[in-house]
Design a protein around this ligand. Structure first.
Ligand code: UDP
Length: 325
């Protein structure tokens, strides 16, 4: 059985669906601090907290776990600057608890949810896996620390892991069974859709004077179902004896904030009031990831690489959960 830690969250829930659709049995372990119990539509749900190592041990005693996927982490970059302790304890220490128990129970296969925030401000675009890692936030540092620890554990204890460095996860399950639902919401696409449906009056554009073609930030948006498929392939790679490795997960192309807003206007057929605002602290102008390595080694091919598909699935989900429709 596969243990999906943080499987009640946006990304973990999509991976849970993907694994179940591919014949895996799963257990979701989540403290529901940010996740949603009704996102656990597949497999077994066990509520618990990585901060309590005995709760983790109980899960490993109860189920024949063969591999673990770790998504349980706080993800607000700005908050990580304000309250780094919250991030280092949860994202680093609690992950170490999880791996400690894995080793106690001789479970040595792990897929880890990492981030392009480990690179910091890019010195070249597209960002490849060999780009220097110089994070600019405690969030990014915490993820890099875990990557470093995993590398040491891999050498010392034979732990085999794949670390997946996400660019901008977006979109929703094409069947709308699950989707993006954060509280508070800070991500561009759900906020634009809130503006489209009247849940908010406008979308603020954080900076229009960047050194980019239209002055707004460019990001590499990757559909969450493609992301889920990459996790499935990473798991199968490790099950087939693959060595520890790390991969970027992006589409290799970027869209500006204005382009995303324009695409949302086209798909929703709503006006969407966009208001120019000042830059958000810590936003690099352009983040685009090379996906050559994951394509070559894991044979991953994104199916929803078109921005239209990303916004369409997000909009379908938004309409489903919004009472206004
Ligand atoms: N953004 C924006 N207005 C918003 C939220 C985000 O202009 O209300 C911009 C943000 O500055 C960034 C891009 O949209 O350039 C994507 O931001 P998001 O928070 O979705 O993801 P991030 O790139 O920070 O992981």
């Amino acid at each position: 059985m596969i243990l999906i830690v943080g499987g009640a969250g946006y990304i973990g829930a999509h991976i849970n669906k993907q694994l179940n659709n591919n014949g895996y049995e799963t257990i979701v372990f989540d403290n529901l601090s940010y996740g949603h119990e009704d996102f656990v539509k597949w497999g077994i749900f066990e509520r618990g907290d990585l901060g309590n190592i005995n709760e983790i041990r109980k899960i490993f005693q109860k189920y024949p776990i063969t591999a673990v996927m770790q998504f349980a982490a706080f993800t607000y970059v700005g908050e990580s600057v304000e309250d780094p302790q919250k991030y280092y304890i949860n994202n680093v220490c609690n992950t170490l608890n999880l791996i400690k128990v894995m080793l106690e129970f001789d479970v040595k296969t792990l897929v880890f949810s990492s981030t392009c925030a480990t690179y910091g401000n890019p010195i070249e675009i597209p960002i490849t896996e060999t780009h220097p890692q110089n994070p600019i936030s405690p969030y990014g540092y915490g993820k890099l620390m875990v990557e470093t620890i995993l590398s040491d554990y891999s050498n010392a204890y034979n732990l085999r892991y794949v670390s997946l460095r996400y660019f901008n996860a977006a979109g929703a399950d094409p069947d709308s069974e699950i989707g993006e639902l954060h509280n508070p919401e800070t991500h561009l696409i759900p906020l634009i859709l809130d503006a489209a449906s009247g849940k908010r009056s406008d979308i603020k554009i954080f900076g229009t004077d960047y050194d980019t073609p239209d002055g707004t930030c460019v990001r590499d948006y990757i559909h969450v179902t493609d992301l889920a498929d990459a996790h499935l392939k990473a798991l199968q790679y490790l099950e087939n004896g693959g060595k520890s490795d790390y991969f970027n997960l992006g589409n290799g192309n970027g869209f500006s904030v204005l382009e995303v807003i324009e695409k949302a206007r086209e798909i929703t057929r709503k006006e969407i009031n966009a208001v120019e605002d000042k830059r958000r602290h810590g936003d690099p102008p352009i983040l685009i990831g090379s996906s050559d390595k994951v394509r070559n080694i894991l044979k991953w091919e994104p199916k929803y690489h078109d921005l239209s598909q990303i916004v369409e699935t997000a909009w379908k989900w938004h309409k489903k959960i919004s009472n206004k429709f």
